[in-house]
Write a protein of this length. Sequence first.
Length: 506
Amino acid sequence: MTTVNPADPAGGLPAEPFDVQDALPVWRQLANERLMFPLDMDIVAAKIGPERQLFVDNALIARVSNVTREIHQPVRYAGNPVLEATGNAHAFVLKVLPFDESPYFRMWYWSISDWHDWGPGNEIRCGMSYAVSDDGIHWERPRLNLYQVEGIEEENVVLPYGPMHGVFYEPEEEDPQKRFKGMAVVCLRRRGQRGVDGLVIPEAYHLHTSPDGIHWTCDGRFAKPILPYLYGRFYPQTGVGDTCRFWWDPYRRKYIGDVKFVLPGTIRCRGMMESDDLEHWTRPHPTLAARNPDHQIYGHTAFPYEGMYIGVRWIYEPEHPNVNHCMGVELDCSRDAKYWTRVGAGQPFMALDLDGPAWDGEQMKITSMLRVGDELWLYYAANRAYMSASKAHTGLATLRLDGFASINAGAEAGRLLTRPLGFTGRHLHVNAVVAPDGELRVGFVKRDGTSVEGFSPDDCRPIKGDGIAIPVRWQDGRDIRALAHADVRLDFRLRNAKLYSFRVSD
């Protein structure tokens, strides 16, 4: 039987009918690459740019033999947590941004998780604080003293409600008072009164602006909610949930609302919507649900990276026998920010450690990724059990560039053949790790299946060692400019090696 929102007894807008029980099975398959991309692309040419081309999905791969795809977990910083909770406050990282002037790293974090007084007879929920660093590792809490919240000793609270699930710095903004923007949750109720009847301002996402990321104002003073909050488990949904993440897509110049839905049966999953200004939004479309019926997607965010998008899912196990609210992290990716693919489905990107003593063994939530030198730095919030039972801290984990996943071959030689590729440039580089007893060779193959003369794998000088930009060279020393626009395939031959990516450059 179709579930209808009781607030709309007439059945909603005119549309093709469907049974709500069919929604979840469909939603679960949306990130299945084999199902969602039904055409064999073997002979269909693809155009690539100067970005590093990753092998997290099969978008550029025609066929393989004797290789596997491995997910690589980031290495946790030995001095974690880099920002530790103090007193009654949490240190749940919401966003870290880099800057060209000191402080070079700035963090906004969820510090207050409970209700607190807000005006006569009312109370508001949560709060956000601010920290700074010049190296991204050693953080300080500036003494700002903008807000005093009873029971909270922090002097760096910059928003006495929230949390804010998206912070943007836009130096090109014409209005200097609005160069920082954010989407914060606001909910005001009569003191001690739970439920809808006690609400003074119903929970919703509101746009905030700031000249410096410290002094925030809300457009309309809570009178202009942007996105409604989710109440109930109906279909269609009444709003969006509590772990929405808002990020900027620099390729299409759109704000992305990476939003949470909860389907009937309390099944947490994700969708996405777009905006040009953070005020006017497209209708969301479904993107991700857990493949395992025992798991749910509690949160998700994504990072534009080398012309594509890398996503992280917070995998929630509601029926875990020993741990309340345990949450690991898995990877996904997209080429257009609309269709998403699970990367190494079932392989953890940050694994649980339920039996160990680590502070981050039960819950991990990656919220920010930065390139720092030749590494990727991932900031994540973690704690044991639910936030009401334990304090959340901020940790740092690092990964080699492009190091999310690799194509691996063992002692038996493997092969990866790409689709025909259109490119410009003179030089080919690979990001790879080749064991002392292994090798990697690369060749070019024409549409008829034969190797390009002088550029076969046998002509390639064997690649050894470990590097993020190892040059590929052939015996006669020629560069590859003559192959530009020729729609040739790359033919990777590897043994005891891991191949992360390749790049064509000038």
